[in-house]
Design a protein around this ligand. Structure first.
Ligand SMILES: [Zn+2]
Length: 511
């Protein structure tokens, strides 16, 4: 039998500026899920990439006096550099300026046009010439540009529209019948809210005379595609629709489109309708996460409160960065970023709890057993209770992570870690050693080592680098490829094998 498949996507990040912490949040979350699904033996496809068309990109390039594609290439390098630093294990990186994507967009447009779902019409609006932006009547006051405050000109131009209105009732019904289609539930309700009001058809073209940096529309030579319509299609162009039938059928429909809450509407309204109109199956779940705020506000350049992901990574490293973002806040809700909270979390969970458990255990194995893993010895009730906790962890962890409940999954792992720390206090191995209770000492040390060796697997999706480091210190000879949950069925550490205590993995950060 062939393996089950699992397809997860990040949004395509817009390349008008360097990556920020929000981009890295989505990326880390998807990486954690992708790694965990691989551990479960699924054939995983993890797609990420960049959205490279539209006026903002064109203008940002102009502002830096660079050729547009050169400007984009430089930003793409920044994204890739950050993903490398954060240990992101994507399977493909798609750029919307690639031929495979452009061809797919053309094909989808042609299908929808031939079906009569794309039509031409006059578009009336208020235009700001210096900003080169159209404003709908609802968004303006006193005929002034909301961005620059200059007077607007009312103009009309020919454009192409996609019939959202035709599919509104269908989408409403679909969302009602599929409770997992949009998550979390309060976001689903938000989308149901959008659909209570009649939807305007979506303008999907821009006249070439105003915008040249876009994908051609096969049936409209004077127009290019609106950037959102183009970018969403990556989720199918990136997995072979229209070019590689085998791969497409293997991975589509996607299990998760993970997005930020600010882009819920295009993903939960436009995208399903585009797919449905083109006769393509729906993705299983669109999950919108919250924002990282700074002091209660959205991070923005103008407020000067942006957290630089490169600086954070350099200062604290990949493991702490990944751990903090996924542990601190329930996925789906907003979180407040502060370096103070970061350090507190690091010192308590990583230095104190996990780091100490490793360090103390290995120190004792060296001291009492010359660094060799002891055999099971004579287990007490308390040892057995810890063993039961180890056995119960996989199910708890799976339930949480399957629902993208990252912090709950970590709470379950840390519950085990803290129980093991308490077990050291209560069983006092130093007294057992002093009293020559070797069989008991063996039992305590071996259950502690077992706890740590199991933690390696559950920490791995969150902090792959730290997990492999711990594995190395425990003397487990494993790499990324060995990270399979099947391994938990057998013994992970053979009695007699040597541990290999290293430097403290998470030294306390002094403020
Ligand atoms: Zn303006």
């Amino acid at each position: 039998m062939s393996k089950k498949t699992f397809y997860i996507t990040t949004p395509l990040y817009y390349v008008n500026a360097s990556p920020h912490i929000g981009h890295s949040y989505t990326e880390i979350a998807c990486d954690c899920i992708a790694r965990y699904q691989r551990m479960k033996g699924e054939d995983v496809f993890f797609l990420t990439g960049t959205d490279e068309h539209g006026q903002k990109v064109e203008r940002s390039a102009e502002a830096e006096g660079k050729d547009t594609l050169k400007f984009i290439d430089d930003v793409v390098e920044k994204f890739k550099e950050l993903w490398k630093g954060l240990g992101i294990s994507y399977d493909d990186f798609i750029r919307t300026t690639e031929k495979r994507h452009i061809d797919t967009v053309g094909k989808i447009l042609t299908i929808l046009h031939e079906k009569g779902d794309i039509y031409q019409d006059e578009y009336k609006g208020f235009y700001c010439t210096p900003c080169e932006t159209f404003w709908p009547k609802l968004q303006i006051e006193d005929n002034l540009c909301p961005d620059c405050g200059r007077a607007l000109e009312e103009i009309s131009e020919t454009n192409y529209f996609f019939k959202l209105s035709k599919y509104q009732d269908w989408l409403k019904g679909y969302i009602e019948e599929h409770p997992d289609f949009i998550k979390p539930d309060f976001r689903r309700n938000e989308v149901i809210g959008y659909l209570q009001e009649p939807l305007n058809d979506l303008c999907i073209s821009r006249p070439r005379k105003r915008l040249s940096w876009g994908i051609d529309i096969p049936f409209a030579k004077d127009h290019v595609v609106y950037v959102w319509f183009d970018a969403l299609i990556n989720y199918i162009s990136g997995c072979g629709w229209g070019s590689d039938k085998k791969t497409f059928e293997k991975f589509w429909p996607a299990n998760f489109h993970v997005i930020g809450k600010d882009i819920l509407r295009p993903h939960a309204v436009y995208w399903p309708m585009m797919l449905y109109a083109a006769g393509i199956e729906m993705p299983k779940t669109i999950f919108a996460h919250g924002w990282w705020l700074a002091g209660g506000e959205k991070m923005s350049k103008s407020k000067g409160n942006i957290v630089d992901p490169f600086a954070l990574l350099k200062k604290y490293g990949q493991n702490a960065y990944r751990y903090f973002l996924l542990r601190e806040v329930t996925f789906g809700l907003d979180g407040v970023f502060s370096e103070d909270a970061f350090i507190t979390r690091f010192n308590s969970d990583l230095a104190n709890d996990f780091g100490n458990l490793l360090n103390r255990t290995l120190t004792m194995v060296e001291k009492y057993f010359d660094g060799a893993v002891p055999d099971e010895g004579a287990m007490s009730e308390a040892d057995k209770a810890l063993d039961e906790k180890i056995a119960a962890l996989p199910d708890k962890f799976d339930q949480s992570l399957s629902a993208l409940n990252f912090n709950q999954a970590l709470v379950a792992v840390w519950d085990l870690i803290n129980t093991a720390n308490k077990h050291i206090e209560l069983s006092a191995p130093w007294i057992l050693a002093k009293n020559d209770e070797t069989d008991r000492l063996k039992a305590v040390m071996s259950i502690l080592l077992k706890t740590l060796s199991h933690c390696v697997f559950f920490v791995y999706p969150f902090m792959p680098d730290a997990a492999l480091n711990v594995a190395g210190q425990l003397g487990m000879k494993i790499t990324d490829k060995d990270m399979s949950l099947d391994k938990l069925k057998g013994p992970l550490l053979a009695p007699g094998s040597k541990v290999n205590k290293g430097k403290p993995l998470f030294p306390r950060i002094e403020r």
